[in-house]
Ligand binder design. Sequence first.
Ligand code: SAJ
Length: 442
Amino acid sequence: MISKQGIIVCLTFEPIVEVSYMQNVKISVLGLGHIGLPTALLFASAGHNVVGIDTDKRKVDLLNSGELPFQEPGLDELFKKAKNNFRATTEVEESDVFLIAVPTPLEERTKAADLRYVKSAAEMIWPHLKKGNLVILESTVPPKTTERILVPILEKSGLKAGEDFYVVHCPERAIPGKTIYEIVHNDRIIGGITPESAEVAKKLYASFVKGNIYLTDATTAEFVKLIENTYRDVNIALVNELAQIAEDYGINIWEAIELANKHPRVNLHKPGPGVGGHCIAIDPWFVIQNSSNGRMISLARYINDTMPNYVLRKVREMLKDIHFPTVTVFGVAYKGNVDDARETPALRFIKLAENDGFKIKVYDPFVKEFEYPLLSLEEAVKDSDCIVVITDHEVFKFLDPEEIGRLMRHKFVFDGRNILDHKKWKKAGFTVKVLGNGKEIL
Ligand code: SAJ
C-alpha cells in the first residue's frame, strides 16, 4: 500500500494506522548514553524531529548548550549535523515513536538483570501513548522482557499492543570506539511483538541504517543479541584457559594461536587479563537467568572473571624476592584505546594485589575517572618494581623502556596483552614475562 507521503509500505496485512515512518517523524529517545545519544543524533540527521530524554539534568543542559557529555569518534561532527533537529529534555512528551536506550546492569548478588530503568522508561511513556505509535526497546534485556515487562506497562494506557500500537526489540550491536560507524553499517535485527510492528520499525531504521535489516519476533531478537556476546565470552574463556595450559607446556600461546588461525575454519580469540565492559561480562548471565541450563556459559564467566587472579599469581612469582613490591598498572580501561573503565578487570587485579600486600600505582592516558588516583607516566613508574600491562592501549607500544627503567626501583614488566616490543624492553634491562608465553623471552 502507499502512505500519505507517497512511500511504499510493503505489508501483507493492513497496518494499525496508515503512516510512513520514513521522514519527519517525531522520535523521543529515552536514555542519552553511549548508544541512545548517537542513535538520537543519527535519526535527527536523517531529518526526523528528535527529542532526547534523560533524567540527568546536567547532561540535558550540557547538550542544549551545544556540548557533548562524552567523546566517541565522529560524535562531534554528527552533533553539528543533527543540531537543528535535536533537543534534550528531562520529561517525556507526545511522539510518534518512543525509543528506549537505558542501562540494564547486572544485579551482582543475584546475577539477574536489573530492569528498573526499562520499567521506569515505560512508566514515563505510557501516559503519552497514542494509537499508531511505535515503541522500540534497544537496551539489552533477558529473553521475554519485551513481552512480559515492557508491554504490560505500556498497556496501562488502555491501548492494546500489536493492535493499537507497535512494539519491537531492536538491540544495539555497536562496539565502543566505533559506535557511530557500526550503528550505521552493521546489520540490524528487529523483533516485533507482531510481524507488522517489525515491518514498521524497519521503515524507520532504514532512514539511516546501511546494513541489512532482518525481522523476527521480539524474544528471538532478545536472545540473538545475548548469544552474540556470549559467543565472544565463551571464546575468550577458551583462549584464556589455553594460555594457562600453554604455559604449563612451555609453549607461547600467541604463536600457537597465530598458527592455529591459519586453518580456514579456526578463529581463536586473544587471551588477556580478563573481560570487561558493560556487555560481554554481563550478557551471558542474562541468557541463563531464566533457564536451568548454562553450565558452559557460567564456567566461561568464571574463567574470565578469575584471570586477574592468574595474572597476580604470575606477577607474584616474578617478584618473589622483593619485599612489599610496588606495582604500576598500565591501563585501567576495559579494553584498548577507549576511556571506559566499566567492569574493568584492572579493578579486580588492583584489589587482589592490594590485599596481597602490593602497593599499586595507576597509569592510563585515556581514562578520566577511576576508583584509584590516575597518575602521570613519570609519577606512576617512579620507584616502582614492576609494570603490569592490563589494557592494550596502542600508545603503550611506543613507550621508551630505557627512560622508564631509569625511574624504576626494579625493572620487571608483565605484559598481560602481548603488546610491548619485548626485545626492546629486555635490552633496556627488564625481566619480561608475557601472559600465556611459557617460553623464555630472548
Ligand atoms: N577481549 C579479550 N580477547 C579478545 C577480545 C576481547 O580479552 O579476543 C576483552 C576486551 O579486552 C574487553 C572485553 O573482552 O575487556 C570485551 O571487549 P570487546 O571488544 O570484545 O567487546 P565490547 O564489550 O566492547 O562490545 C561488545 C561487542 N559484541 C561483540 O563483538 C559480539 C559489540 O558489538 C556489542 O554491541 C557490545 O558488546 C554491546 O553493547 O553489547
